[in-house]
Design a protein around this ligand. Structure first.
Ligand SMILES: Nc1nc2c(ncn2[C@@H]2O[C@H](COP(=O)(O)OP(=O)(O)OP(=O)(O)O)[C@@H](O)[C@H]2O)c(=O)[nH]1
Ligand SMILES: Nc1nc2c(ncn2[C@@H]2O[C@H](COP(=O)(O)OP(=O)(O)OP(=O)(O)O)[C@@H](O)[C@H]2O)c(=O)[nH]1
Length: 439
């Protein structure tokens, strides 16, 4: 899946453009389940091309110096993480030195950059827009994000600039790819170092496609795993003040290529909105999830502490009731060795293939103990179900009125599948179809 990042100075209209792209006809915006949609990220499908759109704006600079530092950091991250960059400038303000500074950085990168001149609401700004050719682009997109002007050309060029999404989808089938994600400072690098150190997991790190991305293959119990982009995680940011939302970009990228996602939480700080956002995304993308509560050594404990903490995590991650929770301390190494065992169990579930006969037995029993409701005076009927895929486990149920199946009945059936077969840590995909037709 490709990532498109919108960068530019404060107030040039990045959020307006973000919303405009989301709002255009035929942009199908998918909400992240379980959490309210973060205003800065959206997964979009246009003309069948899915991509993640990121608005990197929203920071309030304290001073001009500070502004430049933040813009550089923002651009650096966009260059590293995004496949296409929308660089937005403001026609009403005209060209500014910080625009030029950022443009110089973007030019040096190999990434495709679209130069978007915003606030071209009418003819007078259009004439002025030409000065932005000084930034080095071959083409300028004059738009008015507010009024929707110029959007078709921009979106067309954007879709053209997206790379053919080959590499993300072609996950090698005989290895399990792990992504360790979490907010800055939760202890991802410490945890990875522990895992690698304690288990002597490393085989030979191989450089990935970009200089900065290094995946680490290793074996555990004779099975092959790959830890995704560990170098990116372990490399420390160059700007002291870490901007939280940028770590989400890295998380999204890592998750695209992962099978199993370790969502690392900070025991001392508890669950934050960002933790929920990235976990929701993992679920939406059909990844297996393990919740790792790190820094457990910092929590003052009595007998009921772990139970209470578990309840809190469960309540916050309502949409992931099937995710195992592991309590660890990367600092002391306590229980870190449990993680790979959990990963192994979850990967088995993620790849589990259930025979149709066994599925139909479960379906039959489920319908007997809780009949599907009437829809428009008609009794819903399910004839049979079959598994159509793994990673994640996916099933199709054939019936007489697919469109009438309520979400709560779908959840009921999914729970029956879990009771019967496990699927611990894994999302389950259930679709309903009319026998003899599609729906
Ligand atoms: N005239 C005009 N105003 C616009 C246009 N697009 C955005 N604006 C205005 O510009 C201001 C800033 O827009 P935002 O979208 O919040 O800008 P931003 O770049 O996301 O700003 P930060 O979140 O601070 O980084 C708002 O008052 C918008 O209404 C446009 O096409 N024409
Ligand atoms: N007490 C305690 N401290 C920890 C633990 N794990 C990590 N830390 C500390 O937390 C800080 C951040 O750890 P890192 O491993 O750098 O965290 P990170 O998630 O990789 O951070 P970023 O690179 O900023 O994303 C360091 O000072 C660690 O020593 C833990 O289990 N217990």
């Amino acid at each position: 899946m490709s990532v498109v990042a919108i960068v530019g100075r404060p107030n040039v209209g990045k959020s307006t453009l973000f919303n405009r792209i989301l709002g255009t006809r035929r942009a199908i915006v998918e909400d992240f389940p379980g959490v309210t949609r973060d205003r800065n990220y959206a997964r979009i499908t246009r003309y069948g091309t899915p991509f993640v759109l990121i608005d990197t704006g929203g920071f309030e600079p304290a001073s001009e110096d500070h502004l430049l530092a933040q813009m550089r950091e923002q651009s650096r991250l966009a260059i590293e993480e995004a496949d296409v960059i929308l660089f937005v400038v403001d026609a009403r303000q005209g060209l500014t030195p910080s625009d030029e500074d950022v443009a110089a950085m973007l030019r040096r990168s190999e990434k495709p950059v679209l130069y978007v001149v915003n606030k071209v609401d009418g003819f007078s700004q259009e004439a002025a827009a030409g000065e932005f050719f000084a930034l080095g682009g071959d083409r300028l997109f004059s738009v008015s994000a507010e009024h929707g002007r110029g959007m078709d050309d921009l979106i067309e060029a954007l879709l053209e600039a997206l790379p053919a999404s080959a590499k993300n989808d072609a996950l090698a089938e005989d290895e399990t790819r792990l992504a360790v994600i979490g907010r800055p400072n939760v202890g991802k690098s410490s945890l990875i170092n522990r895992m690698i150190g304690a288990e002597r997991l490393v085989a030979n790190p191989t450089a990935g496609t970009t200089r900065d991305s290094i995946d680490t293959p290793f074996a555990y119990n004779k099975k092959r795993y790959v830890l995704i982009d560990t170098a990116g995680i372990r490399r420390k940011g160059r700007v002291q003040e870490k901007l939280e939302k940028y770590s989400v970009i890295q998380s999204l990228k890592a998750m695209e290529r992962a099978h199993v996602v370790l969502v690392v939480l900070d025991a001392e700080e508890g669950v934050t909105d960002q933790d929920l956002t990235v976990a929701g995304y993992a679920l939406e993308r059909g990844r297996a999830v393990i919740l790792v509560v790190n820094k457990w050594d910092l929590v003052e404990k009595d007998q009921g502490t772990m139970k209470k903490f578990t309840e809190n995590v469960r309540r916050a991650f309502k949409f992931l009731p099937f995710a195992p929770i592991v309590f660890v301390s990367a600092l002391s190494g306590q229980r870190v060795s449990k993680i790979m065992g959990e990963v192994e169990r979850v990967s088995v579930e993620f790849n589990r293939q259930v025979p149709t006969s066994a599925l139909n037995k479960v379906l039959e029993e489920a319908v007997i103990s809780h009949a599907p409701p009437m829809v428009q005076g008609k009794r819903l009927k399910f004839y049979y179900m079959t598994q159509t895929g793994v990673r994640p486990p996916s099933f199709v149920v054939f019936g007489n009125h697919a469109a009438g199946v309520h979400f709560s009945y779908e959840r009921y059936l999914a729970n029956k599948l879990r009771e019967a077969f496990g699927f611990n840590g894994c999302p389950i995909r259930l679709t309903f179809r009319n026998r003899g037709g599609r729906e």
